[in-house]
Design a protein around this ligand. Structure first.
Ligand SMILES: [Zn+2]
Ligand SMILES: [Zn+2]
Length: 475
């Protein structure tokens, strides 16, 4: 999540990097990376300083009205939703598609949020995912809280590499937003100030609280995802990166706190994947899809998520066994964990393949029956038309004979069609039944194995020391 106000506007000119640089995302030279980005330093430093000076002055000389609090909270909500739903899930990860009207709305409030253009934000964020926790990661968390939170923005960054945002790069409206971001940001924030002023009748309050304080809150809430959401929380889906799940950060960012899930399955339009997890952006996108304003919502399959959880558990249990190696028979326990993990993974794979096949088959047989039916009807119509034509052209005395012939032909075709459809239906039903049996069997196996797995996880990872006595001691 970025804020590169000072990044060069390269919409109007081609990128200067050569193909090798483009592919490798080579970092800037040390000398260049050390130089300060003065636009960001002055803007960020300047408005923080202004807020520190003006906020006490305002609070001393005026009472904060309820309308000022509510209108500022409204702006804060719209800005964060636009960053979460728009900048992050729509543009940086393309997890759904939406109506141009909604895009304009999200782009406007994203501009009010003052976090740079859609291009620069998505560019840095895609690099963050691709090179997470390394030197190439713009806001690499292992470099410390303050670096990932804000300091990274105060240094000059390499120019935008259009290949990284190729899908966005060709869109003229986004080019426009990028090219004129500075002016658009000032205009959008002036409009926001005017709106709060109109609601409260308090121009100074609208500026200090509605613009400066709101900007401060929106910035730091978003920045927490780069800093705290890589440091403070749980890692149920993967320990291969520093990203964590944190409920409090989800409240502050309208759903972005489930960052461990997000870094593991970045293509999912949801971050809080469980129904009870606080992710208003997920609900908003889903609601838009139900009223026809969003489509192609990308979602990771439940069985794939389960498989990932088993792999993460396995990793943690093996680490725990390594710690316990002087106290228990680690080899036999390691074997037990490996065997259970392998069997569970295999059965989850089988279940996913069978479920996918069932869905495909259901769709295919439906399509086939419909096509076959249409073909038979067409054939019958052609035969009937032909026969009628012939009947018209022969003499009256042949009429009766022809009628019989026509009826016979139609009857034959009808029988043939009926038989084929009957056979197809029977074949489909048999196949579906077999597949359903297989799925039921696999579900029962996976359910048993999951119970055993949970017991093992509980025993190895969550048991108080005293219960370790349950684990056989090495002879
Ligand atoms: Zn991250
Ligand atoms: Zn992301």
């Amino acid at each position: 999540m970025s804020f590169p106000l000072g990044r060069d506007n390269c919409a109007a000119r081609p990128a200067r990097q050569n193909a090798l640089d483009l592919m490798s995302q080579a970092p800037a030279s040390p000398a260049r990376s050390r130089s300060l980005d003065w636009t960001n330093v002055l803007f960020l430093g300047g408005y923080h300083l202004l807020l520190v000076i003006l906020l006490p002055i305002y609070l001393i000389q005026a009472d904060v009205s309820a309308s000022l609090v509510w209108s500022t909270a409204g702006l804060w909500t719209l800005c964060l939703l636009a960053i979460t739903m728009g900048y992050h899930r729509l543009y940086a990860h393309v997890t759904y598609k939406t109506h141009p009207m909604i895009e304009a709305f999200l782009a406007f409030w994203g501009t009010v949020a003052t976090q740079g253009s859609i291009f620069s934000w998505s560019h840095d964020h895609r690099i963050h995912h691709r090179h997470v926790d390394t030197d190439l990661d713009p806001y690499s968390a292992p470099k410390g809280f303050w670096h990932s939170h804000v300091l990274w923005m105060l240094r000059k960054r390499p120019e935008i590499n259009p290949r990284i945002i190729q899908d966005l790069w060709k869109r003229p409206t986004l080019q426009f937003q990028h090219k004129h971001f500075g002016s658009l940001m000032v205009v959008a924030n002036t409009l926001a100030w005017a709106a709060v002023w109109a609601i409260t009748g308090d121009p100074f309050g609208a500026f200090v609280i509605g613009v400066l304080l709101r900007m401060f809150l929106v910035h730091h809430c978003t920045w927490f995802i780069n800093s705290l959401a890589h440091m403070w929380g749980s890692q149920p889906y993967s320990t291969e990166h520093t990203a964590v799940n944190n409920f409090i950060l989800s409240i502050l960012t309208f759903g972005e706190g489930y960052h461990n899930y997000h870094h593991t399955f970045a293509g999912d339009y949801r971050n809080g994947v469980r129904w009870w997890q606080f992710d208003p952006a997920k609900i908003a996108i889903w609601t838009l899809s139900k009223i026809g304003l969003a489509r192609d919502l990308k979602k990771v399959n439940q069985l794939t998520i389960k498989r990932r959880l088993v792999a993460a558990d396995r990793h943690l249990m093996m680490e725990r066994l390594e710690e316990l190696k002087h106290r228990i028979d680690v080899d036999s326990w390691s074997q037990r964990v490996e065997d259970a993990a392998a069997s569970l993974t295999e059965n989850l794979n089988g279940l996913k393949t069978a479920s996918d096949k069932l869905q495909r088959l259901k769709k295919e047989t439906f399509d086939n029956v419909r096509t076959a039916k249409a073909a038979k009807v067409g054939e019958m119509r052609a035969v009937r038309d032909e026969t009628i034509q012939q009947m018209r052209s022969v003499r009256d005395e042949k009429m009766a004979e022809m009628r019989t012939a026509r009826d016979e032909t139609i009857q034959q075709v009808r029988d043939a069609g009926q038989e084929t459809l009957q056979q197809m239906r029977q074949r489909r039903d048999e196949e579906l039944e077999l597949l359903q049996q297989r799925i039921d069997e696999l579900k029962a196996t996976v359910s048993d194995e999951m119970d055993a797995w949970k017991e093992m996880v509980h025993l190895l990872l969550e048991t108080p020391e005293s219960r370790l006595a349950m684990i056989p001691v090495t002879a």
